[in-house]
Design a protein around this ligand. Sequence first.
Ligand code: FE
Length: 288
Amino acid sequence: MTARHLQRVIPSMPTSDGAGVKLRRSIGAQRGLYLDPFLMLDEFGTDNPGDYIAGFPAHPHRGFETVTYMLDGRMQHRDHLGNVGDLGPGGVQWMTAGRGVIHSEMPLQESGRMRGFQLWINLPAAEKMKPAGYRDIPAAEIPEVALPGGGTVKVIAGTVGEVSGPVNGLGNRLPTDPLYLDIELRAGARFEQAIAAGHNAFVYAYEGSLSIGEGAAAKAIPTQAAGVLTPGDTVTLTAGPNGLRAVLIAGKPIGEPVVQYGPFVMNTREEIEQAIRDYNDGTLAKAA
Ligand code: FE
């Protein structure tokens, strides 16, 4: 077994997207700051409705997957295929944009806390133009593993021990083979997780504090920053004195060129120009 350690820290930057939703972006905060296959990680979290009330009105996507994980609050997704999905606390929406989706993501509340993550996962060239797909996964369908040292792990994608998440479990692997865990640890508790060798991985603490690795090589990372891990096949996370809440995300790199223009992520400039033409003439969202 080769332990993974901290390779580098990608701090999150305050930014806004949609119609002015305030958020913090780490992966993807700057052009080229990808961690193949992950294009972007946004954390949104606020008690102030003014920071989220305008939501994300209708906009397109092509060429990748968007994964929205709600911690607090309610959002509603609507898309051109007629899907309507309400996303509540602890729920996940896993959307495969494929050749094209036009959707909106709007708050279903006018007050209170809104908090969660949106992760963008790239698709390989062979899958970028497949038909769009969409899954709403309520909190009750996300298994929770109790840890011996105190704490829990919610398995959104991938496998922890014998427990598989609703996405990318045993027997239904996605092309990027993602692992997506939400980890809660008591002060000083440890969590060790297997991560396939060759996959890229990062951890993002959103509450409390965290150190990555063991013994002399253990390194603390700040909250609200992505800690990219070195290669290996296992990682140990240890909570600081105030406990920890963090997401651990890993996936198989695609190794293809990435050309991004806003919500379109393709392999070449020509494909981006085609996506813009298809959006403008209304064919992006039509069946192939
Ligand atoms: Fe979107």
